[in-house]
Design a protein around this ligand. Structure first.
Ligand SMILES: NC(=O)C1=CN([C@@H]2O[C@H](COP(=O)(O)OP(=O)(O)OC[C@H]3O[C@@H](n4cnc5c(N)ncnc54)[C@H](OP(=O)(O)O)[C@@H]3O)[C@@H](O)[C@H]2O)C=CC1
Ligand SMILES: O=CC(=O)O
Length: 323
């Protein structure tokens, strides 16, 4: 008998076909992303679930009384209550490695877009406000040869560092809890304590996972350490930053700009202060959102689910739940 699974998000057709061939599938039919409450109501006797970002904790696990595997279709897995999963010996997987280059490309996109004011000047041209000549007040900032400080030098951090150091001649420094001497050598990057990184970098890029230790890692104090000319980029999770403090830092020009792919509340409400700021670029959490990478991530998540349900070791068990 095929294992019963619940597919809580849209999937590309070949991935759905692969799952249909291996499992008995039920699908989320509602509009938009499934909420925790909706998942708890839907999960029934499913042994496996494939989802992206929906919280999985006591509520869902109590309802999903037959659940054995949770396959999270994303690299980050802060939506999973790891203790609750561990207590029930439920396997949880994610999709690391696959999106690294794509997310790193987006990191560079935000660095370049904020420094060269791409979104703001695009609006100016299209709204017919382009006048002869170019006022100095519209000049951007150079990216090449500037210092990029990366907080969280993991898989994606290394992919950004490679692009920045080797493609843009940037001086790349990083902060992690553990130093990575091999990566320092290979990529030509340097380690720095967090405060020194913040106070000397021209661009600060946040790329840690969201954990209890990284929640609001960047707040008032950290923003106050940054150069007034510095630009802050966040492609990790919205909650790694104290968003109210970031808004104040941008409103008072304590820092020069920001490029954000992630927010405390997603989608960003239409009246949010960020929507009124020309010196920040906002993207709708699209770090890995290319057709190729999303297809590959979906296949990775589906394979993890099928492997775990058929007694094979899934490739990408989240590190905290590995035996
Ligand atoms: N915007 C988007 O669409 C996407 C966002 N992401 C986000 O990017 C995050 C990182 O992904 P990935 O590079 O694959 O993850 P990795 O686990 O490879 O890297 C995370 C890095 O963060 C460091 N880190 C963890 N905790 C801390 C801490 N308390 N202080 C300082 N550094 C810390 C780790 O080093 P150490 O343990 O030594 O501290 C590690 O080097 C994901 O968790 C996800 O949230 C991922 C994909 C797409
Ligand atoms: O935010 C996306 C992810 O893969 O993590």
């Amino acid at each position: 008998m095929k294992p019963r699974i619940y597919i809580a998000r849209a999937l590309p057709e070949p991935v759905a076909a692969y799952l249909e061939a291996n499992c008995e599938c039920r699908y989320w039919q509602g509009p938009g992303s499934i909420t925790e409450e909706e998942l708890a109501a839907e999960i029934g006797d499913a042994e496996g679930v494939l989802l992206t970002g929906t919280p999985v904790g006591e509520k869902v696990l109590k309802a999903g009384y037959k659940l054995r595997v949770v396959s999270n279709l994303s690299a980050g897995y802060n939506n999973l209550d790891l203790s609750a999963l561990a207590a029930r010996r439920i396997v949880a997987t994610h999709t690391p490695y696959v999106p690294d280059d794509t997310v790193a490309d987006l990191g560079m996109t935000l660095i370049l877009a904020t420094a060269r004011r791409v979104a703001e000047l695009d609006r100016m041209v299209k709204e017919g406000r382009w006048r002869q000549g170019m006022d100095a007040e519209l000049y951007g900032l150079d990216v090449h040869h500037k210092r990029l400080g990366i907080i969280g030098m993991g898989r994606i951090g290394e992919a950004v560092a490679r692009r920045a150091a080797k493609g843009f001649d940037m001086d790349v420094v990083y902060y992690n809890r553990r130093r990575k001497p091999e990566a320092e050598e290979r990529l030509g990057i340097g380690y720095m304590p967090l405060d020194e990184l913040l106070s000397t970098s021209d661009f600060v890029l946040l790329l840690t996972p969201l954990t209890p230790q990284t929640r609001r890692l960047i707040g008032e104090k950290q923003l106050a350490l940054m150069k007034r000319s510095a630009i802050f980029i966040n492609i990790s999770r919205g909650e790694t930053v104290d968003e109210a403090a970031l808004i104040r830092a941008l409103e008072t020009r304590r820092i020069a700009g920001a490029g954000l792919d992630v927010f405390e509340r997603e989608p960003l409400p239409p009246d949010h202060p960020f929507t009124r700021m020309d010196h920040m670029v906002a993207l709708p959490h699209i770090g890995s959102a290319t057709a190729e990478t999303r297809l590959n991530m979906a296949f990775a998540a589906a394979r993890n689910l099928v492997r775990a349900l058929t007694g094979l070791t899934p490739i990408d068990i989240v590190p905290e739940l590995r035996a």
